[in-house]
Write a protein that binds this ligand. Structure first.
Ligand code: XIL
Length: 361
């Protein structure tokens, strides 16, 4: 059962959250309450009061080697997602030889710190092992391989994963299905199969479909919506929709995100922002940081305004380890903290939203 606070928020404080964004520096006064309360005001702790988990993707090398990284990952967030270590190329680099070491470490870290784990991801077209992509398998072989992978991985983590991104990025931006090896060899039915296999292996995990560029109402989010309606009609065990939330200040922030998320909410589905980051053209400056804060703010507000939005996860929290500079030429500085772990305006914007949602403003 959901706590009432979010229902109250959705009902009565929506207008406040929908008000035009202001980029306030965090203005919460301490009133001499000391460090215990200061810790209680982390994003994760505030999120719990607003009935939403605030999570981060975790880079396992940083977690092992960088103490400030580890401390922040533990204290600031109430859920974690492995950035890479549950992906197929990591867990089964050679056919039939599983390596769960790094993923198990993260699951243990989460348990020690009272965090939930988002599993990411059982089925994707990227980061597949070479033996699989170069194997030239028949359709029947590939289907058996996929079934085994999903079953074995979901079973390995059974009972320890809160939400699984079962399928990741299966759509093109125009709303057609992505021309991956899965679609080519297995046909569109592979999506329903993936959910059924995952559910059979771990019946309690919440099963999500996850994608990017589906923040607002557009061809892609509508195609995904139509697919989800169809899957629910066919009684496929799908519980939620993950909206990645990779934004750039060079494009408009998706101000219709709440409207989009409501469609899924009305179907009775859970929703989540699963990979939020807002990149800027480098070098960054204070104007860009304010635009960035607005991007984060729009994403979190979308979640807070949606009844069954369960979590808001950032794709890394420090610019020190971000995937962005390697992927988007000329862009970077996409995270809440800079390379020295100094909080940016985006961090304050999220705190302000959570304080409001938690009824403390
Ligand atoms: C990225 C990781 O952050 C990188 O370290 C890796 O090299 C490539 O994948 N959408 C997803 C994530 O679903 O899994 C991707 O993560 C980012 C885009």
């Amino acid at each position: 059962m959901r706590k009432p606070i979010k229902a109250v928020l959705v009902g009565t404080a929506a207008a406040a959250l929908l008000a035009p964004c202001t980029i306030n520096a965090f203005a919460h006064e301490d009133h001499g309450r000391g460090s215990r309360d200061a810790q209680a005001d982390t994003l994760g702790a505030l999120g719990l009061r607003a009935d939403v988990r605030i999570g981060t993707a975790v880079d396992m090398a940083a977690l092992a080697d960088d103490e400030p990284y580890r401390a922040k990952a533990a204290s600031e967030f109430s859920s974690v997602t492995p950035e890479n270590v549950m992906k197929w190329e990591v867990v089964e680099p050679n056919r039939g030889q599983y390596d769960w070491k790094e993923a198990d470490k993260l699951v243990d870290f989460a348990r020690v710190n009272g965090q939930l784990v988002r599993g990411h991801t059982l089925l994707w077209h990227n980061q597949l092992p070479a033996w699989l992509t170069t194997g030239d398998f028949t359709a029947d072989e590939l289907r058996a391989i996929l079934r085994k992978h999903i079953t074995d991985e979901a079973r390995h983590f059974k009972g320890r994963i809160w939400q699984w991104d079962v399928v990741n990025e299966v759509f093109n931006d125009d709303g057609t299905l992505r021309d991956s090896i899965w679609l080519q060899k297995l046909g569109p039915g592979y999506i329903a199969d993936a959910f059924r296999w995952a559910h059979a292996a771990d019946p309690k995990a919440k099963l999500f479909i996850n994608d990017y560029n589906i923040e607002g109402v557009n061809a892609k989010s509508t195609a995904l919506y139509n697919l989800v309606v169809k899957l629910r009609k066919q009684r496929v065990p799908i519980d939620g929709v993950g909206i990645q939330g990779h934004l750039s200040v060079q494009y408009n922030a998706p101000h219709d995100i709440a409207e989009n998320m409501k469609r899924f909410d009305d179907l009775g589905l859970e929703t989540a922002i699963t990979e939020a980051d807002v990149r800027v053209p480098m070098p960054s400056d204070s104007t860009k940081q304010e635009a960035q804060a607005e991007g984060y703010d729009v994403l979190l507000r979308g979640c807070l305004l949606t009844r069954k939005c369960t979590d808001f996860t950032v794709w890394g929290f420090t610019d020190k380890y971000s995937w962005v500079p390697d992927t988007f030429e000329g862009e970077g500085a996409a995270n809440l903290f800079d390379e020295d772990y100094k909080a940016k305006p985006a961090y304050s914007a999220l705190r302000d939203d959570l304080l409001l949602a938690a009824g403390r403003n």
